[in-house]
Design a protein around this ligand. Structure first.
Ligand code: HEC
Ligand code: HEC
Length: 357
């Protein structure tokens, strides 16, 4: 909160407290002069005012609230949080830190996480026969903790990725475990269904995770890396390079090789022209391969099947080539942690049919 608003609240709350306390003290001390009949002499429409002491229970409650308020001032950062942090502390990262609502939330999240991690290691991993994964996880945690926020360290990232890959065999064990699948399913519905759909069948721009067609690869290693680090599809706009005629020609060629040929009458001249552009090693072939079957290293999709990320009709293919595409899969390791990512990877693996590999 800004200095102004902190001061505003401090003045209001402390001021109110002092004011009420002052009024109370003042009324308790001031003794009105009484008439002989024990009234104060005030008369309102014939109703005369006595000076009786305030009821005890009322005073007790009133003082009680004042003390309660004072207690809050002492316990919590109620007075200019920069000046007075309060005496309450919570545990964050193993250290006692002054109470703030953010620290309290963090503290509770960490406590929850500890329970989850313990359960994950002692029950889920153990039941799936994958207890050795804890060694890899410990090393992975250590590497991740040494990462400096906001700093790019490719060497460290490579080490982290190598460690992630070591989790692959354990993910496959989890993928065969019904209990782990249940948790994976719940995590998927909470975090992934928004984009990939609750049945994981995807939508335009969001890949179907239940088929056997992968942008980035469907083995446990690749799926783990995808979920841990996220992915960004990089297909740049081609119209500036090959012109509108080139866009139309390559689209025609893509249609000719794809599984989606129903209903289209193709122009052989354009197909030939498009093929020449496509197969130039500097152009489309660079990523999609000369055979157009795609490359998981680039996330470039196979264009010879009838599975489309963005759409396989002529107009959509032309739009893709003309303007490019950049689908973003967010990273999850910092949001969910390594344990949950393992469960998710196992769940994703179990969805597709290529477990036999
Ligand atoms: C904000 C939307 C969004 C959310 C949320 C999201 N994804 Fe994705 N995901 C994508 C997009 C977009 C792609 C494709 C990236 C591309 O086009 O290159 C993708 C790709 C993937 C892939 C790679 C598929 C392939 O064919 O190689 C996997 C696996 C995946 N997501 C799993 C998950 C899991 C598990 C979660 C939940 C933790 C999740 N995603 C949450 C948008 C999302
Ligand atoms: C730099 C690598 C790269 C090059 C070069 C490239 N592409 Fe792509 N292409 C991709 C990637 C990556 C995607 C997926 C984009 C995403 O996931 O957001 C893609 C997607 C597509 C799609 C959409 C497929 C679908 O399932 O909807 C088509 C069609 C396509 N490319 C055709 C072409 C053509 C034609 C060329 C040459 C003019 C070309 N690409 C050049 C990387 C490339």
């Amino acid at each position: 909160m800004s200095f102004f608003w902190s001061s505003w609240i401090t003045i209001l709350s402390l001021g109110c407290w002092l004011f009420i306390f002052g009024v109370l003290v003042w009324t308790l001390r001031s003794k009105p002069v009484l008439e002989e009949d024990e009234t104060t002499g005030h008369s309102y429409d014939g109703i005369r005012e006595y000076d009786k002491p305030l009821p005890k229970w009322w005073l007790v409650i009133f003082f009680g609230t004042l003390i309660w308020g004072l207690g809050y001032f002492i316990l919590f950062p109620a007075i200019q949080p920069n000046a007075w942090k309060g005496v309450t502390t919570v545990e964050v990262d193993g250290q006692q830190v002054p109470w703030t609502s953010a620290n309290e939330l963090n503290s509770q999240l960490q406590a929850n996480n500890r329970v989850f991690t313990e359960n994950f290691e002692q029950n889920i991993l153990a039941n799936a026969g994958a207890s050795e994964a804890t060694v890899v996880l410990a090393k992975l945690n250590e590497l991740q903790a040494s990462r400096q926020p906001g700093e790019d360290d490719p060497a460290l990232q490579t080490q982290i990725n190598d460690q992630i890959k070591l989790l692959a065999p354990y993910v496959d064990k989890l993928a065969a475990d019904p209990e782990a699948q249940k948790i994976g399913n719940r995590l998927f519905l909470q975090n992934c269904a928004l984009c990939h759909g609750s049945n994981a069948k995807g939508a335009t721009g969001y890949p179907d995770l239940t088929d056997n067609d992968w942008l980035y690869g469907g083995d446990a290693e690749q799926v783990l890396l995808t979920i841990h680090n996220g992915r960004v599809g990089a297909m740049e706009a081609w119209q500036p390079k090959i012109g509108e005629a080139g866009v139309k020609a390559t689209a025609e060629y893509v249609l000719s090789i794809s599984g989606n040929q129903n209903g289209y009458e193709l122009d052989p001249a354009k197909v030939a022209q498009g093929k020449a552009i496509f197969e130039n090693p500097q152009n489309c072939a660079l990523c999609h391969g000369a055979d157009a079957k795609g490359q998981i290293a680039m996330g470039a999709p196979n264009l010879t099947d009838d599975i489309w990320l963005f759409g396989g009709d002529r107009a959509t293919i032309e739009t893709t080539i003309r303007h490019g595409r950049a689908g973003v899969m967010p990273e999850w390791q910092t949001k969910l942690g390594n344990e949950r990512v393992m469960l998710l990877a196992a769940y994703v693996r179990s969805l597709s049919q290529n477990q036999a590999q």
